[in-house]
Design a protein around this ligand. Sequence first.
Ligand code: TK8
Length: 335
Amino acid sequence: MKKIIQSIAIALAFTSVAGAVSAADYKPRIIRFGYGLAEDSNQGRAVKFFSEDLAKRTGGKLKAKGFASASLGSDTQMQNALIGGAQEMMVGSTATLVGIVKDFGVYDLPFLFNNEKEADAVLDGPFGQKLAAKLQEKGLVGLVYWENGFRNLTNTKRPVTKMEDLQGIKLRVMQNPVYIDMFNSFGANAVPLPFSELFTALETKTVDGQENPVNTIQSSKFYEVQKYLSLTKHVYSPWIVLASKKWWDGLSADEKKALQDSAIASRDFERADSRAAALKAVDFLKSKGMQVSEVSDAELARMREKAKPAIDKFVAEGGAEVVKELQAEIAKVRK
Ligand code: TK8
């Protein structure tokens, strides 16, 4: 017993030394952390939180510098910069990772999660972790998932309360076949474009509409160029915080630990902040003149039915295993 107490005391003594910032192995490093949305967005606020949290943990040695509004490139350009080691970190949609790990398309299947709680449990649990780990052999380290949120439709043509209202609408979607197939099946004309080109495409009427969570419609000022908002919540969209594997492999264990801890802290901050902001966003958008439509459950069920072939295609093209695993995980969470 005495021996145990002694070794606990020694362990504690070591912990307090290791816990002091100065004793840990941190080198001064500048981390370029790119993202697509404005600095004044839920994404920007969370990047700022991450930087401050990381500075605190490392005595200011690890400095994450945020680059907003795709100033380092679109999601896919940044992914490639991370893989090549030209950029250290980013946050962006999981949807645009399909070119690197096809299974990432699974989160984009429509009407998958019923609420944020289910999404959190699946993303933070073994399923989300296993999928993120598949990025490693492609040169990316997936640290945590943040909330982008349930996606809703906007356009300039007409209020959309049923599928037929989408007929012929040129709708910008993410560069991901699930979205293209889904919206084409609804009768829209899906146009894949990087987010960084979206505002201009809406402004110049290259496209009539787009779909994103209400927070993004607010922070990207889409209300300036879009009239109608339909609360379809057709897909729950995660963001993922990524690091360059090339860069990551050169970090000390202490540095990796600090980055992981700050990533988790930023995730918790970001989800709470995004959810609080989303509660106010619809009223804000109305105050800016947007006309907001609810979409009935019966209509959403029709859309779900109509989207089935898009899901079947994803399954047929190599997605069977990952869809099965995800559905099993969701069923577990619902119990
Ligand atoms: C920002 C994107 C955005 C996404 C999209 O870079 O492209 O519509 O929802 O959040 O990742």
